[in-house]
Design a protein around this ligand. Structure first.
Ligand code: ADP
Ligand code: ASP
Ligand code: MG
Length: 410
């Protein structure tokens, strides 16, 4: 008997029919003698729909209230899954984050998990129940509901697996594992049988959304055995076969592991660019601009400051797309007048593409495709560029090929 955490993403929970399939799959694991905790996401599209309602009422809705609203998607999912499992003849109980409780800090919309009390869940498991816990949400020290950031159900699942010292955490999703890049964008992408923890961390940090980065951080810190696999195989496939399918996130240095994978090509459409134009080029401007943005709890990613002409410069940076309007507002009302800058311009139609590999190959590939690079950032191992969103797919396909990642054709 093993204790296993199953996580099912939005598409896997996308209809009552799919939820029934999830229940049948979970029932198979329970009947094989395992204790199962299930962490589902909201039904696909639901979190966007809920957040959209809030945005209809305000351009800058209160983050606390956004969490109140967004967290309900997962609450519907856990209740439906409990009912589906009961219909399969299993004893099942659902909990919201605060009922476990999953304790977080108070950073609404991007809260961090601080601790998880496993007593209640363990008692249920020992009484023979399947326990279903909402992904994506927790409760802060003042009893407010919080959410963990988009894609946060992965983190809920891994954190629960860590807290319960589960034998494994299985992330069931709508692709059958981790690929060299998003297989929906590059059909030639290759599935990796295993990927080292460091590579997975790198891919997640560069924006590959197959796993939320914090879930990978948790897995690393607490050494949670983690596997990404498909929820779209027939639910009744052989359990031993299913248990070995997908991609294992490995902590071992195993010579069988795929060698020298450029950790793949990662991209994100989740950022927006802001340029403060005509800033007097004096000491402290970076602090005066970015300090205000940081005070508003907005993360800044790529930053460039141009050389100055006539004592003025332009200062550009990217922020999460969801924070774009708010950041623009802060800059317009507080920073531009204070600095005597000319104006602030924004562009939400950008994408960031990243590689772990030789930067000049990347630049040549993009140049050959006629794709203009708007911003560049590099570290020892990776290079990211900001480009117009409309060239994203072209760029990713060309880079995947240029770095020799395409599936070898027989
Ligand atoms: P879920 O709802 O199950 O959490 P997500 O949509 O968050 O699913 O993540 C799965 C998606 O991640 C896939 O459908 C795929 O389009 C995308 N993806 C991006 N990069 C990769 C990658 N390197 N390997 C596999 N999938 C990837
Ligand atoms: N439902 C949340 C989202 O859409 C969390 C998740 O699916 O992981 O971001
Ligand atoms: Mg996800």
């Amino acid at each position: 008997m093993a204790l296993i955490v199953h996580k099912y993403g939005g598409t896997s929970m996308g209809s009552t029919e799919r939820i029934r399939n999830v229940a049948k799959r979970v029932a198979k694991w329970v009947r094989a003698g395992h204790q199962i905790v299930v962490v589902p996401s909201a039904m696909s599209g639901e979190t966007n729909r809920l957040l959209g309602l809030a945005k209809e009422l305000s351009d800058s809705p209160s983050p606390r209230e956004l969490d109140m609203i967004a967290s309900t998607g997962e609450q519907v999912s856990v209740g439906l899954l409990a009912i589906a499992l009961q219909a399969e003849g299993l004893d099942a109980v659902s909990y919201a984050g605060w009922q476990v409780p999953v304790r977080t800090d108070s950073s609404f919309t991007k809260a961090r998990i601080e601790s998880i009390d496993d007593a209640r869940v363990r008692a249920d498991l020992n009484a023979g129940r399947v326990v279903i816990i909402t992904g994506f949400q927790g409760v802060d020290p003042n009893g407010n509901i919080t959410t963990l950031g988009r894609g946060g159900s992965d983190t809920s699942a891994v954190a629960i697996a860590a807290a319960m010292k589960a034998d494994e955490c299985l992330i069931y999703t709508d692709v059958d594992g981790v690929y060299t890049t998003d297989p929906r964008v590059v059909p030639e992408a290759r599935r990796l049988k295993s990927v080292s923890f460091e590579e997975m961390l790198e891919m997640a940090s560069l924006g590959s959304k197959v796993l939320q980065i914090r879930s990978v951080e948790f897995a690393g810190k607490y050494r949670v055995p983690l596997r990404v696999l498909s929820s779209f195989t027939p639910w009744d496939i052989d359990l031993a076969e299913e248990a070995k399918s997908g991609t294992l996130i490995s902590f071992e240095e195993d010579e069988k592991m795929e060698q020298a994978v450029v950790s793949g090509i990662a991209f994100t459409r989740d950022e927006a660019k802001i340029t403060v134009v005509g800033v007097p080029d004096t000491p402290g401007i970076a602090y005066q601009i970015l300090g205000k943005v940081a005070d508003a709890n907005i993360d800044v990613d790529v930053i460039i400051q141009n050389v100055s002409h006539d004592g003025k410069t332009d200062f550009s940076f990217t922020v999460p797309r969801g924070d774009h309007t708010r950041a623009m507002e802060i800059l317009k009302t507080q920073v531009v007048p204070a600095l005597g800058a000319r104006e602030v311009v924004g562009d939400a139609k950008i994408a960031k593409v990243s590689i772990v590999g030789i930067a000049s190959t990347m630049f040549k590939t993009l140049s050959d495709e006629g794709i203009n690079i708007q911003m560049i950032t590099t570290s020892e191992i990776k290079t990211s560029v900001v480009i117009d969103e409309k060239y994203l797919e072209l760029a990713v396909r060309a880079l995947h090929k240029a770095f020799g990642l395409d599936e070898a054709k027989a």
